[in-house]
Write a protein that binds this ligand. Sequence first.
Ligand SMILES: [Zn+2]
Length: 59
Amino acid sequence: MRIITHACPACGTVVAANELESRRVMKCPGLHCEEVHRFDDLEDEEREHFLENKDQYRL
Ligand SMILES: [Zn+2]
């Protein structure tokens, strides 16, 4: 299974696609980081892949 993640441009914290997808908008989990991440921050191709294989990411 392919791992899809988004790296915070401000602090480098890596957020998993399934977290982004379930919350849609989330504050960066990085310490003292105010960056906000959205599912839409992922590449189109990554979003598509994630949505097509969503079941595999629910483990
Ligand atoms: Zn961050």
